[in-house]
Design a protein around this ligand. Structure first.
Ligand code: FAS
Ligand code: PHB
Length: 389
């Protein structure tokens, strides 16, 4: 088999890259370890940056998002029982969109089906070969049969546990990591969202977040110790913990109900440099992980895809290697700014076991700086809604 760009992984990175390249006349083959149903069963991100919505529209997959997604003008903060509002639209002229990653992936699959995109599910033992040559290859096994694909380039869109990042020799990788001493217990419930829709809460008992997917689907989170297991948390215990942390004004509008999904996600910050090795490029979680606090994971993946598709389209149109050689530096500049944003919001909003009284005063001061200053809110909103590509 032969193609122009081999893409490892059919998550949002891989599917969006395939869709954009196919629309530019560039042939791709997507290799996915799991089944389509498994990929679509994942409950993950919910907030799309302005740039993400623009790129999805450019890829021809914005129609259902614009019809069913929920544009948001502002974000609320609950601090020591007080409720504050940051008017993101008023400060930046842009809106964020609440539209689940599951829906984005569903729309990308439908678009790829419509244009005849090649997505191979159940691809086992994917391996990358000769990535520093000008004739890289990918092999895999499916239904016991071994396959070999030659290509011009390989996009590693296979997430944190994929095979692409380890293909770069360990001695050539620079890895940066920070693991946070707590996790997020998240639930999905068929209940109306709180009236304020999106509320980030810093309370004595820990962080909480009220979010949503649509008018009858809520997504809420509470900070929990890393030692907790999801079976330790009944729905009743979750709702009690969330209710206790919310400001009265938000609590009054909270509707509880049975969870339809419940999971604990650990929080970490991770970056692997470089994001290119020969003709292999890393995109999304394959290269970096942010704590979900800043709602940047999915959006950073989309930013990487924007840079990579621009470089590949330019290469196939003109033969230039400029975008390809500049991809890692360009992507990492935006990655590190999102890393800082997510780290800073995580440090400001959570209770750390080892906090000293001084640390707590620093948190209070960080929150006051943000909530008392229009200039600070403008800078915060510009990053939350997405830095320009
Ligand atoms: P993905 O991990 O989504 O996709 C990688 C794909 O590659 C998967 O389908 C996988 O099956 C496949 N793959 C892996 N190894 C392979 C191999 N060897 N061969 C072939 N295929 C292989 N982000 C937010 O912004 N907000 C959130 O609230 C949020 N919550 C999250 C909760 C959880 C539990 C997790 C794990 C992540 C969360 N994220 C959140 C981050 C998440 O949305 C990611 O940023 C996003 O899925 C990144 O997309 P991809 O880079 O495509 O990676
Ligand atoms: C979500 O809706 O899942 C969500 C929203 C904001 C975040 C993280 C997750 O910062």
């Amino acid at each position: 088999m032969r193609t122009q760009v081999a893409i490892i992984g059919a998550g949002p990175s891989g599917l969006l890259l395939s869709q954009l390249l196919n629309r530019a006349g560039i042939a791709t083959v997507v290799l996915e370890r799991q089944s389509r149903d498994h990929v679509l069963s994942r409950i993950r991100a919910g907030v799309l940056e302005w740039g993400t919505t623009e790129l999805l529209r450019a890829a021809g997959v914005g129609e259902r998002m614009d019809r069913e997604g929920k544009p948001h003008d502002h974000i609320h903060f609950g601090v020591n029982g007080q409720l504050f509002r940051v008017d993101c639209h008023g400060l930046t002229g842009r809106r964020l969109m609440v539209y689940g990653q599951t829906e984005v992936t569903t729309d990308l699959y439908a678009a790829q089906d419509a244009i005849g995109g090649t997505i191979i599910h159940g691809a086992e033992d994917v391996a990358l070969h000769d990535v520093t040559s000008d004739r890289p290859r990918v092999t895999w096994v499916k239904d016991g049969e071994r396959h070999d694909l030659s290509c011009d380039f390989i996009a590693g869109c296979d997430g944190f546990h994929g095979v692409s990042r380890p293909t770069i020799p360990a001695e050539r990788r620079r890895e940066f990591e920070k693991v946070y001493p707590f996790g997020w217990l998240g639930i999905l419930s068929r209940t109306p969202p709180v009236p304020q829709h999106m509320v980030y809460v810093a309370s004595e008992s820990g962080f909480a977040l009220c979010s949503m997917r649509n008018a009858m689907l809520s997504r809420h989170y509470v900070q929990v110790p890393l030692t907790d297991r999801v079976e330790d948390w009944s729905d009743a215990r979750f709702w009690d913990a969330l209710t206790e942390r919310l400001p009265e004004e938000v609590r009054a509008g909270l509707v509880t109900g049975p969870s339809i999904e419940k999971s604990i996600a650990p929080l970490r910050s991770f970056v692997s440099e470089p994001m290119r090795w020969g003709r292999l490029f890393l995109c999304g979680d394959a290269a970096h992980i942010v704590p979900p606090t800043g709602a940047k994971g999915l959006n950073l993946a989309v930013g990487d895809v924007f840079y990579l598709q621009e470089a590949l389209v330019e290469h196939y149109a003109t033969g230039s290697m400029a975008g390809i050689e500049g991809y890692s530096t360009r992507a990492l500049d935006r990655v590190w700014k999102a890393m800082r944003f997510s780290w800073q919001l995580t440090m400001m909003m959570h209770r750390f076991p080892q906090d000293t009284p001084y640390d707590r005063r620093m948190q209070d001061a960080e929150l006051s700086m943000l909530l008392d200053s229009a200039a600070a809110q403008k800078a915060w909103a510009e990053t939350y809604l997405g830095l320009p590509y």
